[in-house]
Design a protein around this ligand. Structure first.
Ligand code: HEC
Ligand code: HEC
Length: 271
């Protein structure tokens, strides 16, 4: 066993002992040192068990084949330059402010097994992701999208912040969103039209709602709360506020440029 391996084993043993006393607080979890390599890489038993855990706990968001669904494609992690220790940390801590949950209570061994499984799926970068011109894509974005979407602190707020969209969504998911093939409307951004009892019509996206009240962001980006007793009607719209960009509005070439730009939006750097 290597030095790092035995330290790791000690850490695991300690935390298990603590847990056995039944009083381990949900204290700061122990993270591997940078440069630590997965002790289970190439271990067939661990890979199989990692596959089982992945299907149960991750496939829902990352897809059965790990190629991305609501969460990103995980087959490109290593080609994107992530390390075993960095991936461990992401799984352990989650990504705050996103749907990616923290696995605070999972034993280290389980996390390493999932990583061992993911390693077997790693593929070289897809060549088609090299299509498009990011600088042109950025210009299209500023002209057509920034009025509703923020990137690194600039832009509108009617739609979600896209500063990390290059990590959180696959190319396929982005294409579906732009071409209008995505039926799911992101929670917190469902379009709604209110009729006040004085006959005013207000459009916006729903931020919160309970039996007695509703809170929306209106099209002028003001957060507004209403008591339902003061409203004549609350209509949930079926169509997202996000326009559909068909080929007549956004050519295949412009789409490639835009996707290329969006792939560069990766938020703060991690490895
Ligand atoms: C509820 C949905 C959800 C579940 C469940 C989930 N993830 Fe995620 N995961 C996400 C999202 C969304 C992101 C992108 C977060 C961001 O914006 O950076 C992500 C990001 C990641 C990343 C970082 C990807 C990168 O390119 O940096 C890894 C690694 C990861 N998830 C692994 C896992 C594993 C392993 C599991 C199961 C133990 C899991 N996730 C469960 C939604 C989920
Ligand atoms: C009029 C406002 C508006 C404009 C213009 C707009 N969007 Fe959106 N967009 C939204 C809203 C609202 C949502 C969230 C609702 C939904 O899921 O459809 C959204 C969702 C998205 C998402 C999905 C975000 C996620 O959660 O994964 C992406 C990606 C996106 N937009 C990209 C773009 C791009 C690229 C453009 C320009 C070509 C654009 N949008 C133009 C309002 C807009």
């Amino acid at each position: 066993m290597t030095w790092t391996g035995s330290v790791l084993a000690m850490v695991v043993a300690c935390s298990t002992a603590l847990a056995a006393q039944g009083q381990a607080p949900a204290a700061a979890p122990v993270l591997p040192r940078p440069g630590t390599v997965n002790p289970h890489t190439d271990d067939p038993g661990a890979i199989l068990s990692g596959q089982g855990q992945f299907r149960q706990r991750c496939a829902n968001c990352h897809g059965m084949d790990a190629r991305g669904h609501r969460g990103p494609d995980l087959t490109l992690l290593w080609t994107a330059g992530r390390t075993d220790a960095g991936v461990f940390q992401t799984i352990r801590m989650g990504v705050p402010g996103t749907e990616m949950p923290a696995a605070i209570r999972a034993p280290d061994e389980d996390i390493w097994r999932v990583i061992a499984y993911l390693r077997t799926l790693a593929v070289p970068a897809a060549t088609d992701s090299a299509r498009g011109d990011a600088a042109k894509g950025e210009r299209i974005f500023r002209a057509q999208c920034a009025s509703c979407h923020r990137v690194n602190g600039r832009g509108g707020r009617i739609g979600p912040d896209l500063s990390r969209v290059g990590v959180s969504r696959t190319r396929t998911a982005l294409t579906r969103q732009l071409r209008g093939a995505n039926e799911d409307i992101r929670p917190g951004y469902e379009p709604v039209t209110l009729q006040t009892s004085s006959g005013q019509t207000i459009r916006g996206v729903r931020k919160n709602e309970d039996m007695a009240s509703i809170q929306i962001m209106d099209t002028r980006e003001r957060i507004q709360g209403y008591l339902k007793e003061d409203l004549r009607d609350v209509v949930s719209e079926k169509r997202s506020m996000m326009p559909v960009y068909g080929p007549d509005h956004l050519s295949e070439i412009d789409l490639d440029d835009l996707l290329r730009f969006m792939e560069t939006l990766r938020g703060p750097i991690q490895n």
